[in-house]
Design a protein around this ligand. Structure first.
Ligand code: SF4
Length: 344
């Protein structure tokens, strides 16, 4: 690496006794001694000040909003998505493990200098409607993501985080002014699986989803259905009931697992298993249930009242949209839950 400045002082932390700091960016709440890094590898205590990554990107790409996936957010819009290195989870099936590696966060193998103004200008040139902090876990670089999205807001761009949802209430309050939408992975509904597979806990993710809704973020939830790990009828039904207890309007995306990274000992998720999980979601009362990572499946948005097919998708492409503009069903006039335009 060059001698480019890779860090700035974090906002989400507080000093504690003996030169240690307490990081408040995610639910690990790492206590970090001088010279050490938190679990994510991205945040370091330098002489009693917590430093976090700032002013660069490791990945920057124009993607359709459907790829995040968001299905009730600006259908068909282009996003400019950006990411850094590091993660607070250790999932063996990670699909972005090169960026998520905490060792890379501590010593970035690649960093392109960037500024909130430059990213916003690039998004406008591309015709993007939304900036998205994604690829690695955005909560661990919340200060940078928030600065970029705040700049985007000035130019009328919406902002989103694609996250594992391991947020603290402090981080959510910090992010509320700049972030409109969260896509959250609710990976399992068993605490022991969270501990074993991700090195984290279930309860903080549940709490964060509840708080996101209370604080007014638009939230969509994704569950990667992994054969033999989280696809039992009981677990899927409990997870769906939990979401429905918070809001029946939460879109729930059930995506198919493909063997990857360190988890190659399990088969792909079958279409039949995905469909069963979808039925559990609908039985629990969720109004919007989708499948992903398979051809076909449930990818269109239907009106929960009259059943009209309102948003039609072909992969990441939107081929019909009869909601945007009004936020209502074009057939029966029912209000459709979603983020259909920039926050004013
Ligand atoms: S963001 Fe990183 S340093 Fe902060 S609490 Fe989470 S894992 Fe620890």
């Amino acid at each position: 690496m060059s001698d480019m400045q890779l860090d700035s002082e974090a906002r989400l932390y507080r000093p504690i006794a003996g030169g240690d700091v307490l990081c408040l960016a995610c639910a690990h709440r790492c206590r970090i001694a001088d010279g050490k890094r938190g679990v994510c590898g991205a945040r370091v205590n330098a002489g009693g000040r917590l430093l976090c990554p700032y002013g660069w990107t490791a990945a920057l790409s124009a993607d359709p909003v459907e790829k995040k996936p968001f299905y009730h957010v600006l259908p068909g819009a282009l996003t400019l998505s950006f990411g850094m290195y590091g993660c607070n989870f250790r999932c063996s099936f990670c699909q972005n493990h090169e960026l998520a590696d905490p060792a890379s966060a501590a010593r970035p193998p690649f960093a392109e200098p960037a500024s909130p103004e430059g990213i916003t200008a690039a998004a406008r040139r591309l015709g993007a409607a939304m900036l998205v902090s994604t690829y690695n876990e955005p909560l661990i670089t919340a200060e940078w993501g928030s600065a970029v999205l705040a700049e985007g807001k000035k130019a009328g761009l919406a902002g989103a985080f694609v996250s594992n949802g391991y947020a603290t209430p402090e981080a959510l309050d910090f992010l509320r002014p700049s972030v409109d939408c969260f896509k959250v992975d609710l990976k399992f509904f068993r605490d022991e699986t969270y501990r074993k597979v991700a090195g984290a806990r279930l309860e903080p993710v549940k709490t964060a989803i509840r708080l996101m809704l209370e604080k007014g973020f638009w939230v969509e939830v994704v569950t990667l259905l992994i054969p033999g790990l989280n696809d039992s009828k009981e677990e899927v039904s409990e997870l769906a009931a939990f979401l429905a207890s918070l809001s029946r309007d939460i879109p729930w995306h059930l995506t198919a697992f493909h063997p990857s990274h360190l988890m190659k000992d399990r088969p792909r998720t079958s279409p039949a298993a995905l469909e069963k999980a979808c039925e559990a979601g609908l039985t629990a009362g969720l109004k919007y249930v989708y499948t992903g990572n398979i051809d076909g499946g449930r990818q269109d948005t239907l009106c929960p009242s009259c059943g009209a097919r309102l948003i039609v998708r072909d992969g990441y492409e939107v081929t019909a949209d009869r909601v945007s503009g009004t936020g209502k069903c074009a057939e029966c006039g029912r209000g459709m839950a979603g983020f259909w335009g920039p926050r004013t």
